[in-house]
Design a protein around this ligand. Structure first.
Ligand code: ZN
Length: 248
């Protein structure tokens, strides 16, 4: 082989070597979340890093609650709108996700309203998953909540209960165990608005024992609800008619 015939071959080998070391093949397989480079697309595809994992979690219920709370927090304290990418990079990502998961586990009735209350009362993020705070907020919230929203949620709870035992939702106060109804009231699933607007609800309240009443007394406080009913008399009468006609 002559010197001239070897030259093109050497040039080609050099070009291939260059392409492997710094060519477009390697640069095109870069993790956009952490910046790590991969020789193969398939390796990038199965690659998992913490930023990529966080982006992939964005549709999980707890993470959605967490991001809403995070964005609300920065709007409220700094008037600073935050994107989901900001959230993923935040040092407080895990703390907010813990809060989101807590809301899912507890079954909070309005996680957005609850986190805004925590922000407004300047509760530290590491204390957000505290049952005492949730109870405090829930008691305040249920006393001020609008009649329509409260009744809608309560009827959904009655429907869920009815579908479990294959009966009519209107039988909730007549057939559901009183301890279960007390628990529903304590969790906010069944609102005092519903209790006082449904004829069968008032009847149930009159017939529970002293211990059961003591358990829910703070939430069903008759004096407070008499005042509320008087302030919203027209809406209350309309709702009472609707519930009565529906057999509640
Ligand atoms: Zn990555």
């Amino acid at each position: 082989m002559t010197e001239t015939s070897r030259k093109p071959s050497n040039n080609l080998a050099h070009a291939i070597e260059q392409a492997i070391q710094s060519g477009p093949i390697i640069q095109s397989h870069v993790c956009t979340f952490c910046g790590k480079q991969f020789a193969r697309e398939s390796t990038l595809f199965v690659h998992i890093c913490e930023p990529k994992r966080r982006h992939g979690q964005r549709d999980a219920v707890g993470v959605r609650i967490a991001y809403t709370a995070y964005a609300d927090f920065y709007m409220e304290t700094e008037r600073n709108p935050k994107t989901y990418s900001d959230f993923c990079a935040s040092q407080f990502y895990n703390a907010f996700v813990r809060f989101g998961d807590y809301c899912v586990a507890v079954g909070t009735i309005d996680s957005g309203a609850y986190s805004r209350w925590l922000i407004k009362h300047r509760k530290r993020i590491d204390k957000w998953c505290t049952d005492r705070f949730y109870d405090e907020w829930l008691t305040e919230h249920l006393r001020e909540e609008s009649l329509a929203i409260a009744i809608e949620r309560s009827v959904i709870r009655a429907q869920d209960w009815a579908s479990e035992i294959d009966t009519a939702p209107s039988e909730y106060f007549r057939e559901c165990a009183s301890n279960v109804i007390c628990s529903d009231i304590l969790k906010g699933a069944t609102s005092p608005w519903f209790l006082y607007a449904a004829p069968s609800g008032i009847e149930w309240l009159e017939n529970i024992n002293t211990d059961q009443f003591k358990l829910i007394a703070k939430l069903v406080d008759p004096q407070h609800w008499e005042d509320r009913i008087n302030r919203h008399r027209s809406d209350y009468v309309d709702m009472r008619t609707i519930l009565s006609n529906g057999g509640f």
